[in-house]
Design a binder for this molecule. Structure first.
Ligand code: S3P
Length: 428
């Protein structure tokens, strides 16, 4: 697919529903009691795989035009799936679901695509085993496919988290619903807290004290109406585009503004971006609002430490912004990027170099000398949605455009991405 360069953009848009919240909405409504209605659910491949897994466990999930209807079966109502559950490319599905499956009364197997089978699962296997779960890699230790022999009831534990990961935290909290008492954990850095918020919203017993989260089992979770805000991780690509194009103004409506996710806004502002957040409101326990971005004269900055979990998925897009910023940008403490859908450090460094960027890989991130225009060229997506979309933004802002191989992976999180890009290219 060829991405032709554009000079400017003036546009108002919405981005699809938040991926993290969409996954959780299906999982929690499935084990709640009663009928939940989910509005603005992300129809991306990852979230559709979560739906498929719960349908295979007997949950009635109906996709309507306006909302998704989930017939909750209660904490103890899931049925043994007749076949192996398949999460496709979705790390959130396999890790969170492992926590739920560990507490069931049946055995099952769970797997995913080639990328999932290479991603570390020991980070959930270890704490779940401490809770008494019987979970192991069927072919290779600590990798999918996983077998989970349901124990019915788990032990409440305290867990000190060695990685800042919302997926691990959520797996433990969900397993805690099946615990014999209090389950607690301490994060070393705050990661996204959608599971805590949604559990509370649906009647869970969750207590948060700084970096410590405590979950106590409840008799039931209550079905609710859930409105999923737009995904700030999808909005991020256009926040970067609006900041780097000569002539631009983009407004994005109804975007999730949970503070554990807004690191991208903080970093772009610190780089000198012209961003304004408006019309803030609260919806189904989450914050949301509109964002307006115009060109800013960006400068390089240092990014590392506690902000990393608040922008982990946006680092590929930030690398593109850094190419257009005067001076040097250094991204540190981002080793987690090596175990995402692809090695995102290597992918961005290799591909941006092909476009003419001055960028080097470091041991835990990257260093970018910005301020010189990107030429353009032919690049590869590594079948990783966020790499494909970040490089598309680089292409729109480049001199000659880019040819992207394997762009279809954007359907994982942002199926309408190229429709928006086509509009931008048409209006030039
Ligand atoms: C997610 C957590 C993050 C993030 C992923 C979604 C979630 O992963 O990168 O895209 O929904 O909990 P980690 O928990 O592994 O950091």
């Amino acid at each position: 697919m060829f991405i032709q360069p554009v000079k400017g953009v003036k546009m108002e848009m919405v981005v699809p529903g938040d991926k993290s919240i969409s996954h959780r909405s299906i999982m929690l409504s499935s084990i709640a009691e009663g009928e939940s209605k989910i509005y603005n659910f992300l129809m991306g491949e990852d979230c559709l795989n979560t739906i498929d897994c719960f349908q295979k466990m007997g949950v009635e999930i109906v996709m309507g035009r306006e909302y998704i209807k989930v017939g909750g079966v209660g904490l103890r109502g899931l049925q043994r799936p007749e076949e192996r559950l398949d999460v496709g490319n979705s790390g959130t599905t396999i890790r969170l679901l492992s926590g739920i499956l560990a507490g069931q009364n049946f055995d099952c197997e769970i797997t995913g695509d080639a990328s999932i089978q290479k991603r570390p699962m020991d980070r959930v296997i270890q704490p779940l085993r401490q809770m008494g779960a019987d979970i192991y890699g069927l072919e290779k230790e600590n990798y999918a496919p996983l077998a989970i022999k349901g124990k019915g009831r788990l032990k409440g534990i305290h867990y000190e988290m060695p990685v800042a990961s919302a997926q691990v935290k959520s797996a433990i909290l969900l397993a805690g619903l099946y615990g014999d008492g209090r389950t607690s954990l301490r994060e070393f850095q705050q990661s996204r807290n959608h599971t805590e918020l949604m559990l509370k919203y649906m009647g869970g017993d969750i207590e948060v004290k700084g970096l410590e989260v405590v979950c106590r089992p409840v008799e039931k979770l209550q079905a609710r109406e859930i409105f999923v805000p737009g995904d700030i991780s999808s909005a991020a690509f256009f926040l970067v585009l609006g900041s780097i194009l000569d002539d631009g103004e983009i407004r994005i409506k109804d975007v999730g503004l949970n503070p554990t996710r807004t690191g991208i806004i903080d970093v772009l502002l610190q780089m000198g971006a012209n961003i304004e957040v408006m019309h803030k409101k609260k919806c189904s326990g989450e914050q949301m609002g509109d964002i307006r971005v115009k060109r800013g004269m960006l400068r390089g900055i240092e990014i590392g430490g506690e902000i990393i979990p608040r922008l982990i998925d946006e680092i590929p897009a930030i690398a593109v912004a850094a190419c257009f910023a005067e001076g040097t940008t250094v991204i540190r403490n981002a080793e987690e990027l090596k175990v995402k859908e692809s090695n995102r450090i290597k992918a961005m460094v290799t591909e941006l170099k092909k476009l003419g960027a001055f960028i080097e890989e470091t041991k835990d991130g990257m260093m970018i000398q910005g301020g010189k225009a990107l030429r353009g060229g032919r690049i590869e997506s590594y079948q990783d949605h966020r790499i494909a979309m970040s490089l598309t933004i680089a292409g729109l802002a480049s001199k000659e455009g880019v040819e992207i191989d394997n762009p279809e992976c954007v359907a994982i999180s942002f199926p309408t991405f190229f429709d928006i890009v086509a509009k931008i290219m048409k209006n030039k």
